[in-house]
Ligand binder design. Structure first.
Ligand code: HAM
Length: 417
Protein backbone atom coordinates (compact mmCIF):
# COMPACT_ATOMS: atom_id res chain seq x y z
CA UNK A 1 0.00 0.00 0.00
CA UNK A 2 1.29 3.42 -0.94
CA UNK A 3 -0.31 5.47 1.81
CA UNK A 4 -1.55 4.83 5.29
CA UNK A 5 -3.04 7.20 7.84
CA UNK A 6 -0.72 8.91 10.32
CA UNK A 7 0.19 6.94 13.43
CA UNK A 8 -2.45 7.37 16.14
CA UNK A 9 -5.07 8.55 13.65
CA UNK A 10 -7.72 6.07 12.65
CA UNK A 11 -10.57 5.82 10.19
CA UNK A 12 -14.10 5.26 11.39
CA UNK A 13 -15.49 2.89 8.80
CA UNK A 14 -19.18 2.22 7.93
CA UNK A 15 -19.39 -0.92 10.09
CA UNK A 16 -18.49 1.23 13.12
CA UNK A 17 -20.29 4.47 12.34
CA UNK A 18 -23.73 3.49 13.65
CA UNK A 19 -22.35 3.03 17.17
CA UNK A 20 -20.77 6.49 16.90
CA UNK A 21 -24.10 7.96 15.77
CA UNK A 22 -25.91 6.09 18.53
CA UNK A 23 -23.58 7.50 21.19
CA UNK A 24 -23.61 11.01 19.73
CA UNK A 25 -27.41 11.02 19.51
CA UNK A 26 -27.70 9.74 23.06
CA UNK A 27 -25.49 12.62 24.24
CA UNK A 28 -27.45 15.16 22.19
CA UNK A 29 -30.78 13.90 23.52
CA UNK A 30 -29.70 13.91 27.15
CA UNK A 31 -27.75 17.17 26.99
CA UNK A 32 -30.63 18.94 25.28
CA UNK A 33 -32.94 17.93 28.13
CA UNK A 34 -30.58 19.97 30.32
CA UNK A 35 -30.92 22.88 27.87
CA UNK A 36 -27.46 22.50 26.36
CA UNK A 37 -27.03 23.88 22.84
CA UNK A 38 -24.49 22.71 20.33
CA UNK A 39 -21.50 24.84 19.36
CA UNK A 40 -18.97 24.08 16.63
CA UNK A 41 -15.62 25.80 16.75
CA UNK A 42 -12.68 25.62 14.30
CA UNK A 43 -10.15 22.82 14.61
CA UNK A 44 -7.33 25.31 14.17
CA UNK A 45 -6.75 28.21 16.56
CA UNK A 46 -3.95 30.58 17.45
CA UNK A 47 -1.59 28.46 19.55
CA UNK A 48 -1.48 31.18 22.16
CA UNK A 49 -5.08 30.41 23.13
CA UNK A 50 -3.98 27.01 24.41
CA UNK A 51 -0.64 28.12 25.85
CA UNK A 52 -2.38 30.69 28.04
CA UNK A 53 -5.25 28.51 29.21
CA UNK A 54 -4.02 24.93 29.42
CA UNK A 55 -0.68 26.23 30.73
CA UNK A 56 2.84 26.31 29.35
CA UNK A 57 4.21 23.73 31.80
CA UNK A 58 1.61 21.07 31.06
CA UNK A 59 2.27 17.90 29.06
CA UNK A 60 -0.32 18.94 26.51
CA UNK A 61 1.38 22.24 25.70
CA UNK A 62 4.98 21.18 26.22
CA UNK A 63 4.91 17.92 24.34
CA UNK A 64 1.63 17.15 22.70
CA UNK A 65 0.43 20.08 20.63
CA UNK A 66 0.34 19.96 16.86
CA UNK A 67 1.77 23.42 16.49
CA UNK A 68 3.07 25.06 13.32
CA UNK A 69 3.41 28.29 11.36
CA UNK A 70 0.79 29.03 8.71
CA UNK A 71 1.68 30.64 5.38
CA UNK A 72 1.72 34.09 6.96
CA UNK A 73 4.01 32.95 9.77
CA UNK A 74 1.28 32.91 12.42
CA UNK A 75 1.74 30.23 15.07
CA UNK A 76 -1.35 28.06 15.03
CA UNK A 77 -2.31 24.75 16.64
CA UNK A 78 -4.76 21.94 16.08
CA UNK A 79 -7.00 22.04 19.12
CA UNK A 80 -5.87 19.59 21.82
CA UNK A 81 -9.16 20.07 23.71
CA UNK A 82 -12.44 21.99 23.43
CA UNK A 83 -12.73 24.22 26.48
CA UNK A 84 -10.33 26.99 25.42
CA UNK A 85 -12.00 27.28 22.00
CA UNK A 86 -15.48 27.37 23.50
CA UNK A 87 -14.44 30.10 25.95
CA UNK A 88 -12.96 32.10 23.08
CA UNK A 89 -16.15 31.65 21.05
CA UNK A 90 -18.29 32.55 24.06
CA UNK A 91 -16.51 35.89 24.35
CA UNK A 92 -16.02 36.58 20.63
CA UNK A 93 -19.74 36.03 19.90
CA UNK A 94 -20.88 37.94 23.02
CA UNK A 95 -22.79 34.88 24.21
CA UNK A 96 -22.49 36.31 27.72
CA UNK A 97 -25.34 38.67 26.75
CA UNK A 98 -27.71 35.70 26.79
CA UNK A 99 -29.33 34.73 30.08
CA UNK A 100 -27.20 32.54 32.34
CA UNK A 101 -26.71 29.66 32.66
CA UNK A 102 -25.38 29.50 29.16
CA UNK A 103 -24.86 25.84 28.30
CA UNK A 104 -22.87 24.70 25.29
CA UNK A 105 -21.89 21.26 24.09
CA UNK A 106 -19.60 20.05 21.32
CA UNK A 107 -18.65 16.85 19.58
CA UNK A 108 -15.53 16.58 17.49
CA UNK A 109 -11.92 15.63 16.94
CA UNK A 110 -9.04 16.80 19.15
CA UNK A 111 -5.32 16.38 18.50
CA UNK A 112 -2.52 15.46 20.88
CA UNK A 113 0.87 14.17 19.90
CA UNK A 114 0.90 11.42 22.52
CA UNK A 115 2.47 7.98 22.30
CA UNK A 116 -0.32 5.95 20.69
CA UNK A 117 -1.48 3.01 22.79
CA UNK A 118 -4.73 1.41 23.91
CA UNK A 119 -7.27 4.20 24.48
CA UNK A 120 -4.76 6.89 23.53
CA UNK A 121 -4.72 8.37 20.06
CA UNK A 122 -3.28 11.39 18.30
CA UNK A 123 -6.60 12.26 16.77
CA UNK A 124 -9.37 11.40 19.15
CA UNK A 125 -12.89 12.65 19.73
CA UNK A 126 -14.52 14.35 22.66
CA UNK A 127 -18.11 15.00 23.58
CA UNK A 128 -17.85 18.01 25.84
CA UNK A 129 -20.15 20.33 27.74
CA UNK A 130 -19.50 23.73 29.30
CA UNK A 131 -21.79 25.86 31.50
CA UNK A 132 -21.19 29.59 31.92
CA UNK A 133 -22.51 31.99 34.51
CA UNK A 134 -23.16 29.84 37.58
CA UNK A 135 -20.80 29.65 40.54
CA UNK A 136 -23.06 27.43 42.68
CA UNK A 137 -21.73 23.88 43.21
CA UNK A 138 -25.14 22.50 42.23
CA UNK A 139 -24.01 22.97 38.60
CA UNK A 140 -20.86 20.92 39.22
CA UNK A 141 -22.97 18.13 40.71
CA UNK A 142 -25.57 18.41 37.96
CA UNK A 143 -22.86 17.98 35.31
CA UNK A 144 -21.69 14.80 36.98
CA UNK A 145 -25.26 13.55 37.32
CA UNK A 146 -25.87 14.23 33.63
CA UNK A 147 -22.74 12.23 32.82
CA UNK A 148 -23.91 9.39 35.04
CA UNK A 149 -27.30 9.36 33.29
CA UNK A 150 -25.58 9.31 29.92
CA UNK A 151 -23.35 6.39 30.88
CA UNK A 152 -26.24 4.46 32.41
CA UNK A 153 -28.24 4.84 29.21
CA UNK A 154 -25.31 3.20 27.46
CA UNK A 155 -25.41 0.35 29.96
CA UNK A 156 -22.19 1.44 31.66
CA UNK A 157 -22.60 1.29 35.40
CA UNK A 158 -19.24 0.19 36.79
CA UNK A 159 -17.89 3.73 37.05
CA UNK A 160 -15.65 5.41 39.60
CA UNK A 161 -16.29 9.08 40.23
CA UNK A 162 -13.26 10.80 41.72
CA UNK A 163 -13.46 14.39 42.87
CA UNK A 164 -11.18 16.99 44.38
CA UNK A 165 -10.96 20.75 44.86
CA UNK A 166 -7.99 22.78 43.70
CA UNK A 167 -9.01 25.95 45.53
CA UNK A 168 -8.93 29.41 44.01
CA UNK A 169 -6.42 32.18 43.32
CA UNK A 170 -6.67 33.21 46.98
CA UNK A 171 -5.89 29.88 48.60
CA UNK A 172 -3.82 28.09 45.98
CA UNK A 173 -0.61 30.13 46.52
CA UNK A 174 -0.34 28.85 50.11
CA UNK A 175 -0.75 25.28 48.87
CA UNK A 176 1.80 25.80 46.12
CA UNK A 177 4.24 27.09 48.69
CA UNK A 178 3.70 24.10 50.97
CA UNK A 179 4.06 21.79 48.01
CA UNK A 180 7.23 23.55 46.95
CA UNK A 181 8.69 23.06 50.42
CA UNK A 182 7.70 19.41 50.47
CA UNK A 183 9.08 18.80 46.98
CA UNK A 184 12.39 20.53 47.76
CA UNK A 185 13.39 17.49 49.79
CA UNK A 186 12.42 15.09 47.01
CA UNK A 187 13.31 16.84 43.81
CA UNK A 188 16.63 15.06 43.28
CA UNK A 189 14.81 11.77 42.99
CA UNK A 190 12.24 13.00 40.47
CA UNK A 191 12.37 12.82 36.67
CA UNK A 192 13.83 15.67 34.58
CA UNK A 193 10.38 17.01 33.69
CA UNK A 194 9.43 17.15 37.36
CA UNK A 195 12.71 18.87 38.24
CA UNK A 196 11.89 21.63 35.76
CA UNK A 197 8.24 21.87 36.77
CA UNK A 198 9.08 21.98 40.42
CA UNK A 199 10.51 25.48 39.92
CA UNK A 200 7.88 26.77 37.52
CA UNK A 201 4.65 25.15 38.65
CA UNK A 202 4.95 22.56 41.45
CA UNK A 203 1.31 21.50 41.06
CA UNK A 204 2.20 19.96 37.70
CA UNK A 205 4.62 17.59 39.44
CA UNK A 206 1.58 15.85 40.91
CA UNK A 207 0.26 14.69 37.56
CA UNK A 208 3.56 13.21 36.44
CA UNK A 209 2.89 9.78 34.96
CA UNK A 210 6.36 8.36 35.69
CA UNK A 211 5.99 5.46 38.15
CA UNK A 212 9.00 6.28 40.31
CA UNK A 213 7.82 9.90 40.70
CA UNK A 214 4.35 8.71 41.67
CA UNK A 215 5.82 6.43 44.33
CA UNK A 216 8.11 9.15 45.64
CA UNK A 217 5.19 11.55 46.04
CA UNK A 218 2.82 9.30 47.92
CA UNK A 219 2.60 11.44 51.06
CA UNK A 220 2.19 14.79 49.33
CA UNK A 221 0.37 17.39 51.43
CA UNK A 222 -3.31 17.57 50.57
CA UNK A 223 -4.67 20.58 48.74
CA UNK A 224 -7.86 20.24 50.77
CA UNK A 225 -6.08 21.34 53.94
CA UNK A 226 -5.28 24.67 52.33
CA UNK A 227 -8.71 25.62 50.99
CA UNK A 228 -10.04 29.05 52.00
CA UNK A 229 -13.41 29.13 53.71
CA UNK A 230 -15.28 29.85 50.48
CA UNK A 231 -13.63 26.99 48.58
CA UNK A 232 -14.13 24.67 51.54
CA UNK A 233 -17.84 25.51 51.65
CA UNK A 234 -18.11 25.09 47.89
CA UNK A 235 -16.50 21.64 48.09
CA UNK A 236 -18.73 20.58 50.98
CA UNK A 237 -21.89 21.71 49.21
CA UNK A 238 -20.74 20.00 46.03
CA UNK A 239 -20.42 16.72 47.92
CA UNK A 240 -23.82 17.19 49.55
CA UNK A 241 -25.40 17.76 46.15
CA UNK A 242 -23.78 14.58 44.82
CA UNK A 243 -25.10 12.61 47.79
CA UNK A 244 -28.59 14.05 47.22
CA UNK A 245 -28.35 12.95 43.60
CA UNK A 246 -27.28 9.45 44.63
CA UNK A 247 -23.89 9.67 42.98
CA UNK A 248 -21.27 7.54 44.72
CA UNK A 249 -17.91 9.27 44.63
CA UNK A 250 -14.44 9.14 46.12
CA UNK A 251 -12.31 12.10 47.11
CA UNK A 252 -8.89 11.84 45.51
CA UNK A 253 -6.71 14.50 47.09
CA UNK A 254 -4.04 14.00 44.47
CA UNK A 255 -6.28 14.65 41.52
CA UNK A 256 -4.91 17.85 39.98
CA UNK A 257 -5.73 17.26 36.27
CA UNK A 258 -3.33 18.04 33.46
CA UNK A 259 -4.64 21.50 32.59
CA UNK A 260 -3.93 24.74 34.44
CA UNK A 261 -7.26 26.55 34.15
CA UNK A 262 -9.13 24.72 36.90
CA UNK A 263 -10.35 26.34 40.10
CA UNK A 264 -12.27 24.60 42.90
CA UNK A 265 -13.95 21.43 41.56
CA UNK A 266 -12.11 18.85 39.48
CA UNK A 267 -13.29 15.34 38.69
CA UNK A 268 -12.50 12.23 36.68
CA UNK A 269 -14.60 9.24 35.77
CA UNK A 270 -12.82 5.94 35.26
CA UNK A 271 -13.95 2.40 34.53
CA UNK A 272 -12.34 -0.94 35.13
CA UNK A 273 -12.62 -1.94 31.51
CA UNK A 274 -10.20 -4.80 30.71
CA UNK A 275 -7.91 -3.89 33.56
CA UNK A 276 -7.16 -0.44 32.13
CA UNK A 277 -7.73 2.52 34.44
CA UNK A 278 -8.09 5.25 31.85
CA UNK A 279 -10.42 8.17 32.47
CA UNK A 280 -13.40 8.01 30.18
CA UNK A 281 -14.48 11.53 31.11
CA UNK A 282 -13.07 14.40 33.12
CA UNK A 283 -13.69 18.01 33.90
CA UNK A 284 -14.04 20.69 36.48
CA UNK A 285 -14.62 24.35 37.22
CA UNK A 286 -12.66 27.20 35.68
CA UNK A 287 -13.97 30.42 37.19
CA UNK A 288 -11.12 32.66 36.04
CA UNK A 289 -10.70 31.60 32.43
CA UNK A 290 -13.33 33.81 30.76
CA UNK A 291 -11.98 36.95 32.47
CA UNK A 292 -8.39 35.95 31.69
CA UNK A 293 -9.34 35.86 27.99
CA UNK A 294 -10.71 39.40 28.25
CA UNK A 295 -14.38 38.51 28.79
CA UNK A 296 -16.58 39.54 31.70
CA UNK A 297 -15.99 37.87 35.05
CA UNK A 298 -17.91 34.62 34.49
CA UNK A 299 -17.77 31.42 36.53
CA UNK A 300 -17.82 28.26 34.43
CA UNK A 301 -17.57 24.49 34.63
CA UNK A 302 -17.59 21.58 32.21
CA UNK A 303 -16.35 18.17 31.19
CA UNK A 304 -15.29 16.14 28.18
CA UNK A 305 -15.86 12.47 27.41
CA UNK A 306 -13.28 10.53 25.38
CA UNK A 307 -15.38 8.92 22.66
CA UNK A 308 -12.85 6.26 21.55
CA UNK A 309 -12.54 5.05 25.15
CA UNK A 310 -16.31 5.03 25.46
CA UNK A 311 -16.70 3.09 22.20
CA UNK A 312 -14.22 0.52 23.47
CA UNK A 313 -16.36 -0.07 26.55
CA UNK A 314 -19.68 0.08 24.73
CA UNK A 315 -18.96 -2.12 21.77
CA UNK A 316 -19.54 -5.28 23.78
CA UNK A 317 -22.59 -3.87 25.60
CA UNK A 318 -24.54 -2.33 22.76
CA UNK A 319 -25.44 -4.05 19.55
CA UNK A 320 -25.98 -1.49 16.83
CA UNK A 321 -26.23 -2.98 13.37
CA UNK A 322 -24.71 -1.54 10.25
CA UNK A 323 -27.22 0.08 7.87
CA UNK A 324 -28.35 -2.29 5.15
CA UNK A 325 -30.40 -1.55 2.04
CA UNK A 326 -34.09 -2.53 2.27
CA UNK A 327 -34.46 -3.57 -1.34
CA UNK A 328 -32.29 -4.92 -4.12
CA UNK A 329 -33.55 -4.36 -7.67
CA UNK A 330 -32.36 -6.98 -10.17
CA UNK A 331 -33.15 -7.24 -13.83
CA UNK A 332 -32.67 -9.39 -16.92
CA UNK A 333 -32.81 -7.79 -20.38
CA UNK A 334 -32.64 -4.31 -21.96
CA UNK A 335 -36.27 -3.28 -21.34
CA UNK A 336 -36.08 -4.62 -17.80
CA UNK A 337 -33.06 -2.42 -17.13
CA UNK A 338 -35.07 0.69 -18.01
CA UNK A 339 -37.82 -0.48 -15.68
CA UNK A 340 -35.26 -1.20 -12.94
CA UNK A 341 -33.93 2.36 -13.17
CA UNK A 342 -37.42 3.85 -12.86
CA UNK A 343 -38.40 1.54 -10.02
CA UNK A 344 -35.18 2.26 -8.10
CA UNK A 345 -35.88 5.99 -8.31
CA UNK A 346 -39.51 5.57 -7.25
CA UNK A 347 -38.58 3.42 -4.26
CA UNK A 348 -35.91 5.93 -3.23
CA UNK A 349 -38.47 8.75 -3.61
CA UNK A 350 -40.50 6.74 -1.10
CA UNK A 351 -37.49 6.80 1.22
CA UNK A 352 -36.65 3.13 0.96
CA UNK A 353 -32.94 2.23 0.92
CA UNK A 354 -32.27 0.71 -2.45
CA UNK A 355 -29.33 -0.94 -4.19
CA UNK A 356 -29.55 -2.26 -7.74
CA UNK A 357 -27.69 -4.10 -10.45
CA UNK A 358 -25.76 -1.84 -12.79
CA UNK A 359 -24.12 -4.45 -14.97
CA UNK A 360 -26.35 -7.33 -15.85
CA UNK A 361 -25.20 -10.78 -14.75
CA UNK A 362 -27.01 -14.08 -14.21
CA UNK A 363 -30.03 -13.92 -11.92
CA UNK A 364 -28.26 -16.32 -9.59
CA UNK A 365 -25.31 -14.00 -9.18
CA UNK A 366 -27.60 -10.97 -8.68
CA UNK A 367 -29.45 -12.83 -5.93
CA UNK A 368 -26.16 -13.84 -4.35
CA UNK A 369 -25.13 -10.21 -4.28
CA UNK A 370 -28.45 -9.19 -2.71
CA UNK A 371 -27.96 -11.85 -0.06
CA UNK A 372 -24.44 -10.61 0.68
CA UNK A 373 -25.77 -7.09 1.12
CA UNK A 374 -28.21 -8.44 3.69
CA UNK A 375 -31.32 -6.93 2.06
CA UNK A 376 -34.75 -8.05 3.07
CA UNK A 377 -36.41 -7.67 -0.32
CA UNK A 378 -35.37 -8.40 -3.85
CA UNK A 379 -37.34 -7.25 -6.89
CA UNK A 380 -36.78 -9.30 -10.01
CA UNK A 381 -37.64 -7.68 -13.32
CA UNK A 382 -37.52 -9.80 -16.47
CA UNK A 383 -39.02 -9.24 -19.93
CA UNK A 384 -42.15 -11.09 -18.74
CA UNK A 385 -42.68 -8.77 -15.81
CA UNK A 386 -42.22 -5.73 -18.06
CA UNK A 387 -44.97 -7.01 -20.37
CA UNK A 388 -47.35 -7.73 -17.49
CA UNK A 389 -46.46 -4.45 -15.72
CA UNK A 390 -45.90 -6.46 -12.55
CA UNK A 391 -42.88 -6.93 -10.34
CA UNK A 392 -41.72 -10.23 -8.95
CA UNK A 393 -40.61 -9.83 -5.33
CA UNK A 394 -38.80 -12.11 -2.94
CA UNK A 395 -38.52 -11.83 0.83
CA UNK A 396 -34.96 -12.96 1.51
CA UNK A 397 -35.52 -13.45 5.23
CA UNK A 398 -38.71 -15.51 5.02
CA UNK A 399 -38.16 -17.12 1.63
CA UNK A 400 -41.63 -16.01 0.44
CA UNK A 401 -42.28 -14.57 -3.00
CA UNK A 402 -45.04 -13.13 -5.19
CA UNK A 403 -46.06 -10.57 -7.79
CA UNK A 404 -47.28 -7.03 -7.24
CA UNK A 405 -47.93 -3.79 -9.04
CA UNK A 406 -46.06 -0.64 -7.99
CA UNK A 407 -48.56 0.53 -5.37
CA UNK A 408 -48.79 -2.91 -3.79
CA UNK A 409 -45.03 -3.26 -3.85
CA UNK A 410 -44.40 -0.01 -2.00
CA UNK A 411 -47.13 -0.87 0.50
CA UNK A 412 -45.58 -4.28 1.12
CA UNK A 413 -42.07 -2.90 1.64
CA UNK A 414 -43.37 -0.12 3.84
CA UNK A 415 -45.55 -2.31 6.04
CA UNK A 416 -42.80 -4.73 6.85
CA UNK A 417 -39.96 -2.20 7.13
P1 HAM B 1 -8.90 15.89 29.47
O1 HAM B 1 -8.87 15.13 30.75
O2 HAM B 1 -7.60 16.33 28.92
O3 HAM B 1 -9.84 17.14 29.71
O4 HAM B 1 -9.64 15.05 28.38
C1 HAM B 1 -10.95 14.56 28.59
C2 HAM B 1 -11.07 13.13 28.12
O5 HAM B 1 -10.63 13.02 26.77
C3 HAM B 1 -10.17 12.15 28.87
O6 HAM B 1 -10.75 11.76 30.08
C4 HAM B 1 -10.10 11.00 27.88
O7 HAM B 1 -11.24 10.18 27.99
C5 HAM B 1 -10.11 11.71 26.55
N1 HAM B 1 -8.75 11.81 26.00
C6 HAM B 1 -7.79 12.70 26.32
N2 HAM B 1 -6.67 12.46 25.61
C7 HAM B 1 -6.93 11.40 24.81
C8 HAM B 1 -6.18 10.67 23.82
N3 HAM B 1 -4.94 11.01 23.49
N4 HAM B 1 -6.77 9.62 23.21
C9 HAM B 1 -8.04 9.27 23.53
N5 HAM B 1 -8.80 9.92 24.43
C10 HAM B 1 -8.26 10.97 25.08
C11 HAM B 1 -10.13 18.06 28.77
O8 HAM B 1 -9.86 17.96 27.61
C12 HAM B 1 -10.93 19.23 29.30
N6 HAM B 1 -11.16 20.17 28.21
C13 HAM B 1 -12.24 18.75 29.92
C14 HAM B 1 -13.06 19.89 30.43
C15 HAM B 1 -14.12 20.46 29.82
N7 HAM B 1 -12.87 20.53 31.57
C16 HAM B 1 -13.78 21.49 31.68
N8 HAM B 1 -14.53 21.48 30.62
Amino acid sequence: MKYSSLRGMTDIIPSQINLWHYIENKAKNIFEVYNFKEIRTPLLEYADLFLRSIGEDTDIVEKEMYIFQDKKGRTVALRPEGTASVVRAYIQNSLFNEPAPNRLYYIGPMFRYERPQKGRFRQFHQIGAEVFGVSAPSIDAELIFMLKTFFEELNIIDLNFEINSLGCKDCRPAYKEALYKYLSGKVKKLCDDCKRRFEKNPLRVLDCKVKSCKEELEDTPSVLEFLCSECKKHFQLFQKELIDLNVCFKINQRLVRGLDYYTKTVFEITTHHEGAQNAVAAGGRYDDLVASFGGPDTPAAGFAIGVERLIEICSTKINVEENKPDVYVSYMGVDAEKEAKILTKTLRDNRLRVERTYQESSLKSQLRKADKLGVKWVVIIGEDEVKKALYRWKNMKKGTQGEANLTELIKLFREEE
